[in-house]
Design a protein around this ligand. Structure first.
Ligand code: GLU
Length: 420
């Protein structure tokens, strides 16, 4: 089937899907229906800039399937955003939600923009106008947005407020990842990073390694990377390398995570944190360490880097950090490198988003300890199911995780019929 879904990130999602479909022996005739999105919306988002000019940005929302309930997934404001990237991310959300046992299909959306060039007022205009254009296509039981790269709690509050203004009442349950003061849940902000750390500890246990004797390198110091770093460090892991889009820092003796978090909170990035510790970012991922956490963008680990990785655990906190060619290398290095695949590793975010949605629908709010306990329960369950599948079928971790997700959606489609 020829389609509008093109580009390297989409090709990656397509190639991963076909290898899992081969493994599951899904007939050719059923594959397009499982892979291609149900809906893709493209919009023009005009806003008035501070300089008096009007600018028009391109926006997207892709809703992958409606088979299990509403669609769910983040909104990304980044220069790389296009229909191919957003659809790949929507497809990954589907397998992620199915693996975690959430009643959702996957979605993802975004605007092609470098948020660092926008003033706060311009960002608010862009956020509000994006949601306004999306009103006909979203809803608490249709499609529920959340933060992703370049968006945050404030953007979610503007989304919720814009949607609510058009309904004439407050509709908290339209997006997740909101500030706690506006119907958000306790624990959502740290959920993805905390989940990443939790699964790393589970993996260390399986490998019989002690957290206190382990070192970690983290690429990306946004919402996910920074909370993962805090939790790993809190439990004794030595963080020896960290990078974000402005700087890369490395110290074998260990970095001061709390000082970096404070610096990033004050300055918006790690820029200017230290000149002595500066390191070549192209070499960060291949430094020897126990735990490697890519927590930034897609496709940072290609076949060449995969061959050079010198870690015991690869915890994929980002979506799609490892290319299919790199996967082939990693499959051969299975006894050396324990992969926590992205759709499992970063699922803590959408799991707590699900808790936020449930709380908003019921207007019954939980204590943070309850949120975290339930989060760990769902993560442990998904981790256990992936490990059981790995052992039963003697397959790589990613194949096992995706097989569980794809199989669930395929079965639901088979029992329902053609509509969803
Ligand atoms: N954007 C996040 C992800 O990629 C969170 C999605 C959500 O919470 O709905 O998983």
């Amino acid at each position: 089937m020829s389609s509008i879904y093109t580009g390297p990130v989409f090709e990656m999602a397509r190639s991963q899907f076909h290898s899992v479909a081969d493994f599951l022996e899904i007939p050719e005739g059923q594959r397009d229906r499982l892979l291609y999105p149900k809906r893709a919306i493209t919009i023009s988002v005009p806003i008035n800039m501070d300089n008096g000019e009007m600018a028009v940005f391109q926006g997207y929302r892709v809703q992958h399937h409606l088979t299990l309930g509403p669609t769910k997934g983040g909104t990304r404001f980044a220069p790389t955003v296009d229909i191919g990237e957003v659809s790949a991310l929507a497809i990954w959300m589907s397998w992620k939600c199915a693996l975690a046992g959430l009643p959702y299909g996957g979605a993802k959306g975004g605007v092609t923009v470098d948020v660092h060039t926008l003033s706060r007022r311009e960002l608010e205009s862009l956020s509000r106008r994006y949601m306004q254009e999306m009103i006909p296509f979203v809803g608490p039981h249709v499609d529920v947005m959340a933060p992703d790269m370049g968006t945050n709690e404030q953007v979610m509050a503007w989304f919720m407020d814009t949607y609510s203004m058009y309904q004439g009442r407050t509709v908290n349950e339209i997006v997740t990842g909101k500030p706690v003061s506006s119907g958000g849940t306790e624990g959502r902000r740290e959920a993805t990073g905390l989940g990443v750390a939790h699964l790393i500890f589970r993996s260390l246990e399986r490998l019989q390694l002690a957290a206190a004797d382990s070192t970690a390198i983290i690429q990306g110091f946004g919402n996910v990377g920074s909370f993962a770093a805090i939790e790993l460090a809190r439990q004794g892991v030595k963080i020896i390398g960290v990078s974000d889009h402005t700087s890369c820092l490395f110290d074998r003796r260990g970095l001061d995570v709390n000082a970096m978090v404070d610096h990033a909170a004050r300055n918006g990035s790690l820029r200017g944190f230290s000149t002595e510790l500066a390191f070549d970012p192209s070499q960060l991922l291949v430094q020897p360490c126990d735990i490697l956490v890519p927590a930034a963008v897609e496709r940072v680990i290609d076949a060449e880097i995969a061959a050079k990785l010198d870690c015991r655990i690869l915890a994929e906190a980002a979506n799609g950090p490892t290319t299919p060619e790199a996967d082939e290398v990693l499959n051969q290095r299975r006894s050396e490198i324990f992969v926590i695949p992205d759709i499992l590793c970063n699922s803590g975010g959408v799991i707590v988003s699900y808790f936020e949605w449930v709380q908003d629908l019921q207007q019954l709010f939980w204590h943070k300890t309850e949120v975290i306990e339930r989060l760990k329960g769902l993560l442990d369950n998904a981790f256990m199911r992936v490990m059981e599948r790995v052992e039963k079928d003697n397959i790589p971790h990613r194949t096992a995780a995706m097989a569980i997700g794809v199989d669930k959606v395929a079965k639901a489609k088979a029992t329902r019929g053609l509509f969803p």
